[in-house]
Write a protein that binds this ligand. Structure first.
Ligand code: CMC
Length: 395
């Protein structure tokens, strides 16, 4: 058996990318060369999406052009609304969004009757990426409203992406400080090299499947609590603990039960996630805005106690969970917000994969039973030939 197995592909370079670089040694994350902190502080999310897709920040004209397409594709179409309404009201919003992306794909690729054409041209895929990016906020906002028994809110043309997202969710114009914190979270979540969901998207794209199929797969990967689902899980932890004075006893019990503490740890960063200070600053702004020092106290106490005991640092999901909660998002809506942001990175990677494709198909080392045979089975001539083939020959 091959012994050089990297469980979970840990430490394996699977391909090259020009989209982002995570450097845990110097605790840095850059998108197309720009430090993510600078982008979060200066750019609207739409401009960062443009950067991820095109490699450069947009000029004013290019941003206006992107925004015009984004505005034109913001409203929930009747078909999508009907589909959402057909799902159980208590279905997980990740499942809702995943299902909607499937429908959008079926509509957008209708009429393609040759599987070889489904992959689309680069221009078609850029258009699909922009439309998907534009369509998701209404899906997520309506999903939350529906769970509360509230009506759909139509988008507002005078608001940018972040402000309009909050408007469609809550039906009131958000304070600029809240819009800014939300925009920063979108920028921070947008891209992170070969994380599990992005790699899933690239695997699917590498088969020359279509962009929507790749995004649907990525959403499935993101849902898991070891990945995007952690931002939802952080809030469950906060709710379980209740308040800062309970942290010590709660941690004793959780660690004795060998529980993973959600929002801590990272496959790549071992000395802290480069995105956390920026998101923590946004959380602090929200704590001040909503006058909720109790949230900051619980956050700080859990962080310092857990780091002191285990030496494991928070990841981006740790500050973003309570930040989204303060903004008024339901806990169940947190991971869909991650979709809205990461769809930009996913689609950039899908297009990069397609531009320089090699089917992603690693090998597996087998450690099952030795070859054995069914009693009394007499192979015919074809089987005799097939049984002599090497294990990996025909998939
Ligand atoms: N709580 C308790 N122990 C932990 C944690 C944690 N959050 N994270 C790592 N450890 C321990 C783990 O038990 C193991 O200990 P030991 O060597 O004694 O068995 C050691 O640290 C190494 O952990 P690992 O799980 O083998 O490390 P990994 O690189 O495979 O996992 C991780 C990374 C993110 C899956 C893991 O840290 C984790 O499960 N964290 C909690 C879930 C979470 O917050 N996920 C979000 C990830 S980042 C943003 C995103 O993708 O959304």
């Amino acid at each position: 058996m091959t012994t050089d197995i990297k469980k979970g592909l840990a430490g394996v370079f699977a391909d090259v990318t020009a989209i982002s670089k995570v450097d845990p040694e110097i605790n840095s994350l850059v998108y197309r060369g720009y430090p993510v902190q600078e982008l979060a502080a200066t750019q609207p999310f739409e401009a960062v999406a443009y950067l991820l897709w095109n490699g450069e920040l947009p000029t004013d004209e290019q941003l206006a052009e992107l925004r015009a397409i984004e505005h034109a594709n913001r409203a929930l179409s009747p078909a999508v609304k009907d589909l959402i309404d057909a799902m159980p009201v208590d279905s997980h919003p990740m499942d809702e969004v995943r299902t909607v992306v499937s429908l959008l794909g079926a509509i957008d690729t209708a009429g393609i009757d040759n599987v070889l054409d489904a992959v689309g041209t680069p221009a078609e895929n850029l258009d699909r990426s922009i439309r998907l990016f534009a369509a998701l906020p209404a899906v997520i906002a309506y999903g939350q409203r529906r769970r509360h028994g509230d009506e759909l809110i139509e988008p507002r043309d005078d608001l940018d992406y972040a402000a309009n997202f909050l408007w469609m969710t809550f039906g009131e114009e958000a304070d600029p400080a809240v819009v800014d914190a939300f925009n920063r979270s979108m920028v921070l979540y947008a891209e992170h090299s070969f994380n599990a969901s992005t790699f899933t998207a690239r695997v699917i794209a590498s088969t020359l499947s279509d962009l929507y199929s790749a995004v649907v797969g990525a959403i499935g990967a993101l849902k898991g609590p070891l990945h995007g689902g952690a931002n939802e899980a952080v809030l469950h932890v906060f709710t379980e603990i209740g308040s800062a004075e309970n942290v010590g006893a709660w941690l004793d019990e959780a660690l004795a039960a060998k529980r993973k503490i959600m929002g801590f740890g990272h496959r790549v960063y071992k000395r802290g996630d480069s995105r956390v200070p920026t998101m923590k600053a946004a959380l602090d702004t929200l704590v001040a805005h909503y006058d909720r020092p109790d949230v900051a106290e619980l956050y700080d106490t859990l962080e310092s106690e857990f780091v002191a005991r285990k030496g494991i640092y928070p990841n981006l999901d740790y500050p973003s969970g309570p930040a989204y909660s303060l903004m008024g998002f339901d806990t169940l809506t947190f991971t869909p917000l991650f979709i809205a942001a990461r769809v930009t990175g996913w689609t950039a990677h899908i297009m990069e994969q397609q531009a320089s494709n090699a089917l992603i198909r690693p090998l597996s080392a087998y450690d099952g039973p030795d070859e054995r045979h069914i009693d009394g089975y007499v192979p015919d001539a074809a089987d005799v030939e097939a049984l002599q083939r090497p294990e990996e020959a025909a998939d």
